[in-house]
Design a binder for this molecule. Sequence first.
Ligand SMILES: [Zn+2]
Length: 285
Amino acid sequence: MKFCPQCGKPLQEAHIDGRERKLCPDPECSYVFWNNPIPVTAAVVEWDGGVVLVRSKGWPRRFFGIVAGFLEAGETPEEGILREVYEELGLRGRIVDFLGHYAFAEKNQTITAFHVRAEGVMVPGDEIAEVKVLPPEKVKPWDAGTGPAVKEFLRRRMGGKAVDRCVPPGEQLVLAVYVQDVEKSCRFFTDFGFLVSRRDGPFVELRWEDSLLFLVERPDAEAPKAPVGNIRVMVPDVEAVYQKARELGYPIVTPLGDRYYGLKDFVVAGPDGIHLRFASHLGRK
Ligand SMILES: [Zn+2]
């Protein structure tokens, strides 16, 4: 900006509020060009299993970015980005996550970025020259502008990947119980419907649907003086399991009842201080 937008006089350099700014020299006017950044809303859009990259009309051929745009008056960044996703891609999206705020000094913008998931048939808008949908691992984030938001999206995704992809969910956390008599313990659990999926000397692998429980017979295992804990098992009909526990004659530690935490449950004592707590959701069968 060279001329005062209020009176038309040439602006001059001045040191105001700790920065070099442009000031109108007319004392009657004294307009200051503050050069405040413009808010931009942006999104890493996931669609059809990939990340959507767009090239706007007029951009160089190899230049792709994420969906982004200026806010309309009265819009929140959340409203703005869902509108942009619709305008640029013809897709209805929903915000999954907030990724971050980023200062983009070169363009004097402040970018608010989200992770958006979109579904449906993509119909790119008039402003869009080209769309690419890349598998997330093929996306190479750039340094400036919306690049750091892309980096943040990938960082979170990789974090999640390490947890959910290395092994099936049911194998991620498995309790191994040291028992005095593996046959006796095994009988207790199988009486209640656990299946033996592996047996190897002192070791037994038990399975309840996708969850695992290990029993390990150890000569130094002692009967604990007090119960050590219980394993909670959700069942569709806890009353039927309760009847079975009574018929089998296992000691009931906590009789069947409705609980404040939304479950109907009971606790039956097992060997080695490990109890089983069977539960159903209240109001559901
Ligand atoms: Zn002026």
